[in-house]
Design a protein around this ligand. Structure first.
Ligand code: ARG
Length: 372
């Protein structure tokens, strides 16, 4: 297995947390429409244009206030909290292959950065507006990399994001076609280039569970396999065929401690894929219905009501949970967790909740084999 670093060391989603990056809404912009994303205002008549350019100062302040609440809670639990560097997300992106009108935000480090043992991987990403999203984290990466020679830093190959990398028409497929194609797991990106977002992975020690999605294709999973398996990891691709717009695994399949995964009752695993967990004594527990329906989610939020289950574990028995999600909190209490409820709904329109808005750099513990 890999070397152990005292600076960068995180092998799973639940070990006692020591250091974490919490995102920031400073400078956030609306996500542009592009081949990898077609944002829509919730409950607006079809065709209503999605706003563009910088988010309002009020929306940024509201999100930042809740992010600051998360920072205080983490610090009061003895966790060292770091923040992204300022970045001008209103700048357009232009490469030899594409242009995007503006960038997005640094609210969700989870989407782009991942720690796997002593290694930091910057994901290639799947969307043009997020091509440079690693930049606000580079100062931190250099700090970690300079602090300990055992820290490994990898940037995955950047895809071209040229028009031909995307499947034209995906967003307009009628539901029937979507049903038909859902078993082939073909979404808006083709299979020609390596594409993955970091948030499609969930870390279980030696095993890395990866969801095939709109943001992670099979070439991306192959790259992860070839990169990580020689180091002793096992890549475990998973599929959730009832999620027609899958992106990022942390509202779908969320491990809470050894032997326990919180699952999404609307998005069962592809038949047979539960065996790996069950045969190793893992229990799959369904999350309760979220307290809002999809229609009551914030109007600019592109995620589903299942942000309810996007919890952040700060220890194998300690979970931070959105304040209004009482049914989930009840379940967690019944499962013997200490629960820390905090308000977080003003962050939802920036792409995620508590897990998405963080990137854990160091947790106590080592790379165990939970699937021997
Ligand atoms: N696609 C997910 C859902 O709508 C949201 C995932 C958010 N996760 C993240 N890391 N940004 O249920």
């Amino acid at each position: 297995m890999q070397q152990v670093s005292e600076v960068v060391n995180s092998w799973n989603e639940w070990d006692p947390l020591e250091e974490i990056v919490v995102g920031s809404a400073d400078g956030a912009n609306f996500e542009p429409t592009e081949p990898g994303n077609r944002p829509q205002i919730r409950n607006a008549p079809p065709g209503t244009p999605f706003p563009s350019g910088p988010k309002s100062a009020e929306a940024v302040d509201r999100a930042n206030e809740e992010l600051a609440g998360l920072v205080s809670l983490l610090e009061s639990e003895g966790v060292r909290v770091r923040r992204p560097a300022p970045h001008d997300f209103s700048q357009p992106v232009r490469t030899p292959d594409f242009e995007a009108a503006n960038q997005y935000c640094a609210v969700c480090p989870r989407d782009v950065m991942i720690t796997i043992g002593n290694e930091i991987i910057e994901a290639p990403m799947s969307r043009r507006s997020r091509y440079f999203e690693y930049q606000p984290y580079r100062e931190l990466v250099y700090e970690y990399w300079n602090a300990d020679p055992r820290v490994v830093w990898t940037t995955a190959p950047k895809p071209s994001m040229a028009d031909k990398m995307y499947r034209d028409g995906f967003w307009d497929w009628p539901l029937a076609e979507r049903h038909e194609r859902m078993h082939s797991f073909e979404f808006c990106v083709t299979q020609d280039e390596v594409v993955f977002d970091a948030a499609d992975m969930s870390r279980f020690g030696r095993d890395i569970v990866v969801q095939e999605s709109m943001t992670t294709n099979r070439a991306g999973i192959t790259w992860l396999k070839r990169h990580l398996e020689p180091k002793g990891f096992r890549i475990r691709p998973v599929h959730f065929p009832l999620d027609f717009f899958p992106s990022h695994i942390d509202c779908t399949f969320v491990p809470l401690r050894p032997g326990l995964v919180l699952t999404n009752p609307d998005r069962p695993l592809r038949e047979g894929e539960e065996k790996l967990f069950e045969s190793n004594g893992w229990e799959l527990v369904a999350a309760p219905e979220p307290t809002t329906g999809n229609n009551e989610m914030p109007e600019f939020c592109q995620s589903s009501k299942w942000l309810s289950m996007n919890v952040l574990s700060i220890g194998p028995n300690k979970v931070i949970c959105e304040q209004q999600e009482k049914p989930l909190q009840e379940l967690l209490y019944a499962l013997d967790f200490e629960v820390f409820p905090i308000p977080f709904r003003n962050v939802f329109e920036y792409g995620g909740s508590l897990h998405c808005a963080t990137w854990d750099v160091r947790r106590t513990g080592a790379g165990e084999d939970y699937f021997p």
